[in-house]
Design a protein around this ligand. Structure first.
Ligand code: SAM
Length: 279
């Protein structure tokens, strides 16, 4: 009998609560089979005797907790995801925003991709900035990219992508910023060097407090895995991480309307973005 079949529903509840406490991800009970399966895999990897021994290990061994969370994250992403939203950002919001900064001689621009997965999102932002900013060389552009999952960050730093990741990438950009290799599409250094990757858990209060003064934060397609309580906690931390007048972008299925009135909503075509008021 496999290890996962020996886990009771009550034990799985305990694990779901632990996952929630450690990551903000709230798995519904209908995902019990998926969680049990991942526990079974980890039990084998660490040679634990049974569920009880493994659960105890999760409580005392933060490395194993991290390994376990990495088995649970959904890392689906691709370049130029939600193209119309990015187009609104690139063609409507960004030019206005940069013009305001130029007027006060402020040439620092800071972006954060706050659940970056394998790197497609922050590299997409880097390509957009390179393409859209005529006086690009005058700007000090900083793009931070973070994720809870160390495996995806390793992939992001290597910067090698499948055809699937590239499916929405405009061909001129693909030809300009990637090199075709037998193993896939390699992002070129001119873009790779613009992005700084680091591990960060969005519900880690201390780590979030250190993030400040971003002009644009992209936190897309991660809050769908959270409940309203952890969502609110993250969104308020992102609010604090923005400069007054800075913008938050969420995934198309996500909204902050129900959880806070702190932001001003702005429409970009069919998309909403969330502005931290100027004062
Ligand atoms: C579906 S991907 C989204 C990637 C990209 N933002 C996009 O929209 O294509 C969700 C990412 O959120 C990350 N994640 C989940 N919980 C997290 C947490 N508590 N802190 C930071 N990242 C988290 C996962 O590891 C995963 O890589």
């Amino acid at each position: 009998m496999s290890a996962e079949l020996e886990i009771s529903a009550a034990e799985l509840d305990k694990v779901r609560n632990l996952i929630y406490k450690e990551s903000g991800m709230l798995f519904p009970t209908k995902k019990n089979y998926f969680i049990a399966n991942r526990i079974g895999q980890r039990i084998k990897s660490v040679n634990a005797k049974d569920f009880r021994e493994y659960y105890h290990r999760l409580l005392v061994d933060s490395d194993e907790m991290q390994n376990f969370l990495e088995e649970l994250t959904v890392n689906e992403t691709y370049f130029f995801r939600d193209f119309p939203q990015l187009q609104g950002f690139a063609e409507i919001l960004l030019p206005k925003y940069l013009e305001k900064k130029r007027q006060v001689n402020d040439y620092l621009l800071r972006l954060w991709s706050a659940a970056c997965s394998t790197g497609e999102e922050p590299y997409t932002l880097a390509i957009i900035l390179r393409e859209m900013i005529e006086d690009f060389d005058r700007w000090n552009i900083q793009i931070d990219a973070t994720d809870i999952d160390r495996r995806v960050l390793r992939h992001a730093k290597i910067g090698l992508y499948s055809d699937r990741s590239m499916k929405d990438t405009p061909i001129p950009y693909r030809n300009k910023y990637f090199k075709r290799t037998p193993d896939g599409w390699q992002i070129l250094p001119v873009i790779a060097e613009m992005v700084n990757f680091e591990q960060l858990n969005l519900i880690d209060r201390m780590a979030m407090r250190r993030r400040r003064n971003y002009d644009f934060i992209f936190c897309r397609n991660v809050l769908i895995y959270f409940d309203d309580t952890s969502r609110k906690r993250v969104v308020m931390a992102l609010y604090d991480a923005l400069v007054p007048g800075g913008y938050l972008f969420l995934g198309h299925a996500e909204s902050v309307g129900r959880i806070t009135a702190a932001f001003h909503l702005e429409r970009l075509g069919d998309f909403l973005c969330y502005k931290r008021p100027e004062i």
